[in-house]
Design a protein around this ligand. Structure first.
Ligand SMILES: [Mg+2]
Length: 208
């Protein structure tokens, strides 16, 4: 288990990386284009948007998965910070503990940790796998304060709703091109796609 620095009395913000703090798809797109492929953002399903140049059917999942794993082996990760994310977390960190909860391929943790530090996001990092609800519940149980969770993917938000219903949930999609493709469920999870507005809503939910 990781040595988690969570103030047992403070509010807690649990935040995803890819498409929340990081413009993952833009970075991955640069990578696949450099390998001679094309990214056509037509679906909110990463591996179904990568094509060999000129072809009409997307890459098979095995090839797409190998590109994904190779991208995550780059060190540092060639990914830009989402606009406003650094400033938003700086503000929230004055009154809350920040924990970064990411599902990244095995072995990519050191590069991911370096990327966070190099980009002004020096917060506790937890690397997990699978639906995030159990991890959100375990983290939230470490404080008596209120907690919030931010992710781009509905399955993770639904998982958190089931495992930790008291944790405030927010959906954020950092890439403007993906926003209209990303399924939302605003009756279950608030959807806010820009960081200044999202930070204010989190602060309000946590009574900061
Ligand atoms: Mg994500």
């Amino acid at each position: 288990m990781f040595a988690l620095r969570i103030d047992p009395a403070a509010p807690l913000v649990i935040v995803d990386v890819d498409e929340v703090l990081a413009q993952f798809v833009r970075g991955f797109e640069r990578f696949v284009v450099a390998q001679g492929y094309e990214m056509r953002l037509e679906r909110f399903a990463l591996f179904q948007n990568i094509y060999r140049a000129g072809e009409t059917a997307p890459l098979d999942t095995g090839t797409a998965r190998r590109l994904f794993d190779a991208f995550f082996q780059l060190d540092p990760h060639d990914i830009d910070v989402a606009p406003g994310a650094r400033e938003a977390l700086e503000g929230l960190a004055r009154g809350a503990t920040i924990v970064i909860l990411t599902n990244a391929p095995a072995g990519s943790r050191p590069a991911r940790a370096r990327w966070l530090i190099q980009n002004g996001l020096p917060y506790t990092l937890v690397v997990g796998s699978g639906p995030k609800g159990p991890a959100v519940a375990a983290l939230a149980a470490r404080t008596r304060g209120p907690a919030a969770f931010v992710d781009d993917l509905l399955p993770n938000l639904d998982s958190a709703a089931a495992a930790a219903p008291a944790v405030a949930r927010f959906q954020m999609v950092a890439d403007e091109r993906l926003r209209s493709l990303a399924p939302a469920a605003p009756d279950r999870h608030r959807r806010i796609d820009d960081w200044p507005t999202l930070a204010a809503a989190i602060a309000q939910a946590l009574r900061l």
